[in-house]
Design a protein around this ligand. Structure first.
Ligand code: FMN
Length: 176
């Protein structure tokens, strides 16, 4: 097992090793969506989604300060988290491309109400209102309060691990 100390932000090699170590934590993939006042909705692929609290119902994700949608997302009155199915890798790539027309020829897009944009066939969706925002270094941490959620009873997640997409090959032992 390689050991490294994260020393300096201007050491690219140390940063690469830090990033590689972080990528050993397998996550799902989600797309954050929100309507935008002037223009197409926001859509950002994230692996940083996580649960926070059951009561009140809170979730979090973090957004890179360089992301073009950060300003509009900070101002949004509502946003949604769309948890991707293993068949939705193309959507993950689509919403990870900055400076592109992310919604061009989008199959079966669903604008539920004026304030909610949901991606059809997601494994789960969480409709949120902003609860808090925190400084997270080069990211901003968004905490959302969940007002509505939907989930499918079956389906398998798109998994991100080691900088690559994976799929689950089935369940192991039940969790304790
Ligand atoms: C699997 C995957 C996970 C990602 N996770 C995040 C994340 O958690 N936070 C983030 O800010 N960007 C993440 N990104 C990168 C953004 O999706 C990408 O920078 C996107 O273009 C930002 O959109 P914008 O510049 O239009 O705001 C991820 C990309 C991929 C492919």
């Amino acid at each position: 097992m390689a050991e490294s100390t994260v020393t300096s932000s201007d050491n690219p090699d140390a940063q690469r090793r830090f990033r590689a170590a972080l990528s050993m934590f397998a996550t799902g993939v989600a797309v954050i969506t929100a309507p935008r006042k002037n223009g197409p909705p926001i859509g950002i692929t994230v692996a940083s989604f996580n649960s926070v609290s059951l009561d009140p119902p809170l979730i979090l994700f973090s957004v890179d300060r360089r992301n073009l949608s950060l300003h509009d997302l900070s101002a949004a009155g509502t946003y949604a988290v769309n948890v991707l199915d293993e068949a939705q890798q193309d959507l993950s790539n689509r919403f990870a491309k900055a400076n592109s027309d992310k919604w061009a020829s989008m199959p079966g897009m669903s604008i539920e109400r004026a304030d909610v944009v949901l991606l059809p066939n997601s494994l789960a969706t969480f409709e949120c209102e902003p609860y808090a925002q925190y400084d997270g270094g080069d990211h901003v941490i968004f905490v959302g309060r969940v007002n509505q959620h939907q989930s499918r009873s079956e389906g398998r997640p798109l998994v991100f691990f080691g900088g690559r997409y994976h799929t689950l090959n089935g369940a192991h032992r039940p969790s304790a």
